[in-house]
Ligand binder design. Sequence first.
Ligand SMILES: Cc1cc2nc3c(=O)[nH]c(=O)nc-3n(C[C@H](O)[C@H](O)[C@H](O)COP(=O)(O)O)c2cc1C
Length: 367
Amino acid sequence: MRDLFEISEINGMKLNNRFVRSATWTGLGHSNGTCSQRLVDLLVELARGGVGLIITGHAYVQKNGKAGPQQLAIDRDSVIPGLKLLTDAIHEHDGKIIIQLSHSGIYGDPKLSGHVPSSVSNKGTFVSYPVKVLTPGEIERVVASFVIAAERSMKAGFDGIQLHAAHGYLLNQFLSRAYNNRIDGYGGDVVFRAFPLVEIVRRTRKVVGPLYPILLKLNSRDYLENGLELDESLEIAKILENAGVDAIEISGGTRESGHLKSARTGIIDEKDEAYFEEDARAFRKHLGIPVILVGGIRSYETAQRLLSSGATDYISMSRPFICQPNLINKWRSGEVKRSTCLSDNECLGLGLHDNGIRCRWSSRVTF
Ligand SMILES: Cc1cc2nc3c(=O)[nH]c(=O)nc-3n(C[C@H](O)[C@H](O)[C@H](O)COP(=O)(O)O)c2cc1C
């Protein structure tokens, strides 16, 4: 039987256990996107707490793709030294860390970035402010920005990268007919909608070499009219596996998906947990690369069941680590109580209005 605490490997990246901290914006970067000591301290606490693989919050590859305050940037070389302090600190604690590369497309915040957000097409009825439809030349620049950001990530000492193609962000907007009604080579058939992402993966692979993990976070479903459904997302995942992706994290929903969003509330007991479980099983059957499942996992029993029943290869969590950075060490020591996370998303609201995420209910000292 597979064990949550066994050693495993994703394309040369050796992991001490099967627990992943899913990408989580913390609001702890500096306002210009550089890494802060508070962020280093927070992530070191997770490494010390036993998390096998830490994924940073989304880092924007182009300024107009910035979505939130104090969000990390990877859009210029000058951020590399600050990020190197972060990766060095995690490695000193025997941890592994990858950076999530992102562009938020229409969800870029013009007030924060000072730029007009980009849209894949003129379909967007989702936001009220002006957006600019990307020209083919601008799409090429977006692709190039991801590739150069991957190169910077490597220079900064990250153990790999994750491309954020979930939650309605730009790469998801390309993939989804709910956002993309282009009629050129970037719209229509799924192969065309996936083209920018495939290009990013292929060109990144050339730059980073064969032994550098390229991960992907993908929606199994958008829960939107005309949005991604399981059959198409499976097809996309296969295309990306063939292009060189090493592991896929399964999530779902967008900002427009109501309660069917990625960070759902009301995870009261075991039956509410792992809300993308069935979709993850389908991915695992369909793919040869590891699957990482995120979304509402709260108990050790659920984590063990998901792994041993073949639903997933890795257990990914976000909110539980905000209130319990030491959760994995506790579970490893045999204290296998369910996470105390209430899944009420207060942490997100506090993060936006209170200078960085924290759990309202946790008594631990926060950064
Ligand atoms: C405060 C907060 C910030 C998040 N930031 C990101 C992010 O930067 N990138 C991302 O892909 N998902 C982000 N998410 C979603 C989580 O990675 C995860 O998919 C979701 O919360 C479900 O997992 P959980 O139930 O274990 O929290 C965020 C969620 C929260 C609550």
